[in-house]
Design a protein around this ligand. Structure first.
Ligand SMILES: Cc1cc2nc3c(=O)[nH]c(=O)nc-3n(C[C@H](O)[C@H](O)[C@H](O)COP(=O)(O)O)c2cc1C
Length: 208
């Protein structure tokens, strides 16, 4: 009886919608962007959640040694190279397993936090998440919804000063992810932050 229950649970878990939550605020769970992803998650039910916190130094900048480890045949890797390749393997596996990826994205100095860029550098991997064909690059990730909740002190949406949105869209499209949604909590240093956050939360609810 115990065994069959466990098997049923395993079956259900394997067939559940998987949501990957990525937070990149230096404030951890106290960040405005993290509050937005938490709100989105609070509206979900019957899904399996995987959380990836990109707090400072959670992922180090991509190194030459890591890239080398990716490029050589796995059977010829040293133990150290296996460990290095595992960092990217694990991050990519999380993305591949996800049906929805929801990202808490603080704007720092007009861009993404450096840990998020390190994450990007680890999941963009030729032959694994994209490949070059004679017709150009082709993304190897498909059928995922990506939701990016951007928190910023100022307001730049739909102006030339917003370089974050087009960069993120280009990157996800490059990997084959075209169902990308942006929600903005802008002007947090200008407007009443609570009003801005609540409006963004309402937008996120519409995406559940
Ligand atoms: C290091 C740093 C750089 C920032 N740079 C910008 C910026 O370029 N433009 C902007 O509108 N707000 C900027 N802000 C304000 C943040 O976008 C704002 O505090 C937002 O809430 C950050 O998200 P978080 O609370 O999830 O960390 C910056 C904040 C910090 C700490």
């Amino acid at each position: 009886m115990i065994i069959s229950l466990t098997l049923i649970e395993l079956f259900l878990e394997n067939n559940m919608t998987q949501v990957l939550v990525i937070n990149a605020s230096i404030q951890g769970d106290n960040g405005n962007s993290s509050a937005l992803t938490a709100h989105y998650v609070s509206k979900l039910s019957g899904v399996s959640i995987v959380k990836r916190d990109l707090t400072p130094n959670a992922i180090l900048s991509l190194s030459r040694e890591e890239m080398r480890a990716w490029m050589i045949d796995a059977s010829t890797r040293t133990a150290e190279q296996n460990e290095l390749a595992q960092i990217s393997d694990d991050l990519i596996a999380e993305v591949q397993a996800a049906d929805t990826i929801v990202i808490g994205m603080p704007m720092y100095n007009f861009g993404a936090p450096s840990t998020f860029k390190a994450w990007v550098d680890h999941i963009a991997r030729a032959g694994v998440t994209f490949r070059y064909t004679e017709n150009g690059p082709e993304g190897l990730l498909t059928d995922k919804k990506v939701i990016v909740a951007i928190a910023s002190g100022g307001k730049y949406k739909d102006t030339p000063m917003d370089t974050l949105t087009p960069w993120l869209r280009t990157f996800f499209n490059f990997l084959g992810l075209t169902d990308v949604h942006f929600v903005y909590a802008e002007g947090l240093a200008m407007d009443k932050p609570e009003r801005v956050i609540n409006a963004a939360k309402a937008e996120l609810e519409a995406l559940v």
